[in-house]
Design a protein around this ligand. Structure first.
Ligand SMILES: *Cc1c(COP(=O)(O)O)cnc(C)c1O
Length: 394
């Protein structure tokens, strides 16, 4: 126990069960703790550092922007915000964007937009259908949207207007649809809920249902966006275009920035409807613009696809050798390994000791989401460390 960890116990709100590792520096796929011990970071700041830690393109952009202009009121135009807006719109199926500061806030904005849409086009419909095992954030409304009872129980009464239905089940969406429904909000691939891949044809069928009923289809791409699944946006991996999409996590490459984007016919917000003091801030947008431009110019999503397939093959090798591994799933560099027993809480510290940082996405499953710039050697080394860590637990 180092002094920083004691200070945390004394002063910090005890909302997270942390691993006993104090990270002081990062470079690429690696981070170092205060004792100089090196780790491969397969958490990537929670699927945030898509270009790895301290990527020079992002660091240079932040340095230059910090010395030029950090924040103005959104009453004025600023260049980085509009550069980022253009690059996101021109490289997606969307027509307009609004910037905020986090994933939860991006989804809140998308839900406000959906309610406005319902008011204008569906007789005041306001209800949003979401999926069980989803994750949409921690604000009160997003807790209601998040279909996981253990995130909801303590905070009742929850805001109304959300219906949680079974994932991968079109019939459940159909029967939950009423005159009150204005939108369906889904992650194209569920992240925090356990890395759950959509069934073949599910998202296309939901798209058809939304078209038929006049509902907005909204994809929460906070985790899947910016290359993680092997395409710039997750929807491209499934060949289904949403009407509205939210981004955060990987968007800023490490700085807090979120966004919601909409197609023209869904872009119903008007002056005064929505706002954010820091949203679209020059500093965070300069970082996000540098990151997005680098991802696009260097086809980083293609690299995520190749390295993801390589890592997945390695994980399947582990599964073939060890009967306590029951499943390997995911896409691109958003992967999970499931165990026969609930051993995640033991796997994490054992792997940390071996120099590998992981996430316990379920009591019986770990999630692997390294930077998209990871090398083949780093994948190999990560797999070796993982197997050694697992060997100490089972
Ligand atoms: C992490 C996450 C969020 C919440 O983002 P915050 O920035 O923590 O508010 C929302 N949706 C998905 C799919 C996420 O993975």
């Amino acid at each position: 126990m180092t002094s920083w960890q004691e200070i945390e116990r004394k002063y910090y709100m005890q909302t997270v069960r942390r691993q006993p590792v104090t990270i002081v520096r990062g470079q690429g796929t690696r981070v170092w703790d205060e004792n100089g011990k090196e780790y491969l970071d397969f958490t990537a700041g929670w699927a945030v550092n898509n270009l790895g830690h301290c990527h020079p393109a992002i660091v240079d952009a932040i340095r230059a922007q910090a010395a030029t202009l950090m924040q103005t009121s959104n009453q004025f135009y600023t260049v980085p915000q509009l550069q980022l807006a253009r690059v996101l719109v021109e490289n997606s199926c969307m027509d307009r964007v609004f910037f905020c500061n986090s994933g939860a806030e991006a989804n809140e904005g998308a839900v406000k937009l959906a309610r406005k849409y319902g008011r204008l086009h569906r007789n005041g419909a306001y209800e949003v259908i979401t999926a069980l095992n989803s994750f949409h954030g921690r604000t009160l409304a997003m807790v209601a949207a998040t279909g996981q009872p253990h995130y909801q129980e303590n905070w009742k009464p929850l805001p109304q207007g959300f219906v949680n239905v079974e994932y991968n089940d079109l019939a459940a969406i159909r029967s939950a649809t009423t005159d009150k429904t204005c939108a369906v909000l889904l992650e194209p691939l569920q992240g925090e809920g356990g890395v759950n891949v959509p069934a073949e044809g599910y998202l296309k069928a939901v798209r058809q249902w939304c078209d038929q009923q006049g509902l907005l289809l909204m994809f929460d791409e906070v985790q899947t966006g910016m290359g993680r699944l092997g395409t710039l946006f997750g929807y491209q991996s499934f060949d289904v275009e949403p009407d509205v999409m939210t981004l955060a996590k990987g968007l800023g490459g490490g700085v807090p920035v979120g966004a919601f984007l909409a197609k023209q016919q869904a872009a119903v917000l008007e002056p005064g409807d929505h706002g954010s003091t820091f949203g679209g801030n020059a500093l965070t947008c300069a970082a996000a613009y540098a990151s997005a431009q680098f991802i696009i110019d260097n086809d980083v999503p293609a690299r995520a696809k190749t390295m993801g397939a390589y890592l997945k093959k390695g994980l399947e090798g582990l599964k073939a050798r060890h009967s306590y591994i029951t499943d390997v799933r995911g896409m691109g560099l958003l992967l999970a390994l499931e165990f026969k027993a609930e051993i995640s809480a033991k796997v994490l510290p054992a792997c940390n000791q071996e120099g590998l940082l992981l996430n316990a996405v379920r009591p019986n499953a770990i999630r692997l989401m390294p930077p998209l710039t990871i090398s083949k050697e780093e994948v190999d080394q990560g797999l070796e460390r993982l197997e050694r860590g697992l060997g100490k637990v089972v």
